[in-house]
Design a protein around this ligand. Structure first.
Ligand SMILES: Nc1ncnc2c1ncn2[C@@H]1O[C@H](COP(=O)(O)OP(=O)(O)OP(=O)(O)O)[C@@H](O)[C@H]1O
Ligand SMILES: [Mg+2]
Length: 353
């Protein structure tokens, strides 16, 4: 429940904090990028779709970077905070700062962070981006050495923000096993936890590879699928993935939005405005990738009348719902520079039903 740095007296409460509950796997490159980013910028945001592993990377970075921040490292998890007004109070409370008469919580936090180089992780910021940006600007403006590491499905658009997009774990090729592919390693580790007799072997390798590919390297989806091995054979899980909202459900987790794939997606869907939700629904006509121009042709009109479809699509990209890909071929598009293609994030992981 608590992350306590040996160098500092901090004992920060974090609801549902499950640091180290399962082994951390891979992400060497991402951790190196976080290390380099916090040396260059005072606010670094890990962005990416739900369940891709932003929080786990931030937690591991805290552990790795502990010595670089003698003022301490700590994390405040914000998914439960609905009223942005209480952001400073929430941070002060999570840091166990005693209430001080006549002092605003934000001033207490500033005073605390004036004492040395510290790393504050604000975890799950996408529903509070405006408040986080304002809070961060004040904190950074009044402290000299504090560094903020944010996790968010959307960047907070703060001047000086270093945005580090987190992608899926690596797709396994036919020759891979758990010693040379982190996605397989994750699946095998979680599968063994669900069903101790599980072993990745020649008999099941093709099915496991197919499963990991279809789940697009999203750790949350892989964990939920592996947890299913408790009650279902691998081959059935794979077959039922077409209805993955039902199949990838039921895992127990500290956070409600990670208990089912549907909940992980619904969290993003609920943070979209009406036009974004409408476009998101319409994008379901495309299977896999699609050229940008097709979106305008296919998705214009009716409930999206009066909205700039490309701009709305851009908002879905910002919110990590849709991914921009480089096209292999195709004529350049205006304003795009290099003919991006766009796709819904697969495999339905980021599509509401
Ligand atoms: N590198 C990893 N090693 C082991 N487990 C991982 C790793 N990355 C992610 N996971 C697991 O996958 C699940 C989802 O990861 P995480 O909570 O970090 O996603 P997230 O990107 O923060 O999602 P959200 O946007 O919903 O907050 C968690 O149960 C986490 O423990
Ligand atoms: Mg998270």
């Amino acid at each position: 429940m608590t992350q306590r740095s040996e160098n500092s007296p901090w004992g920060w409460a974090r609801t549902g904090f499950h640091y180290g509950a399962t082994p951390f796997i891979g992400r060497t490159q991402e951790l190196a990028m976080v290390r380099s980013a916090v040396d260059q910028a005072r606010v670094v945001t890990l962005t990416g779709p739900g369940g891709v592993g932003k929080t786990r990377i931030a937690l591991q970075a805290m552990r790795d970077l502990d010595d670089d921040f003698p003022g301490g490292v700590g994390i405040v998890e914000l998914s439960g905070l609905r009223n942005a007004e209480f952001l400073p109070n929430t941070v002060a409370a999570a840091m166990s700062l005693p209430e001080a008469a006549g002092m605003e919580p934000i001033d207490q936090v500033i005073e605390y962070f004036s004492a040395g180089r510290a790393l504050l992780v604000l975890d799950t910021c996408e529903h509070l981006v405006d408040a986080i940006a304002a809070f961060a600007a004040i904190l950074l403006g009044h402290t000299a050495e504090l560094v903020l590491l944010l996790t968010s499905r959307q960047s907070v658009a703060l001047a000086g923000e270093f945005v580090l997009p987190i992608g899926p774990m690596p797709q396994p090729d036919a020759g891979c096993d758990e010693t040379n592919n982190d996605t397989l390693k994750l699946f095998a580790a979680r599968a063994r936890a669900a069903s101790p007799s599980f072993a990745l072997c020649d008999d099941n390798r093709a099915e496991v590879l197919a499963l990991c590919r279809r789940l697009d390297g999203i750790p949350l989806a892989i964990e939920l699928a592996a947890a299913r091995l408790r009650t279902m054979p691998l081959e059935l899980i794979l077959r039922r993935l077409d209805n993955r909202f039902q199949t990838l459900a039921g895992a127990r987790s500290a956070q409600t939005r990670h208990q089912t794939l549907r909940a992980a997606i619904a969290w993003s869907y609920d943070l979209c405005d009406q036009a974004e939700q409408e476009l998101w629904a319409r994008l379901s006509v495309f299977a896999g990738g699609f050229p940008l121009a097709a979106v305008e042709d296919v998705c214009r009109g009716d409930a999206l009348e009066g909205f700039d479809v490309v701009e709305t699509l851009g908002s879905l990209v910002d919110k990590s719902v849709v991914q921009c890909l480089e096209a292999a071929a195709g004529p350049p598009l205006p304003d795009a520079g290099h003919d991006p293609r766009v796709r819904r994030r697969r495999p339905g992981v980021h599509q509401p039903q």
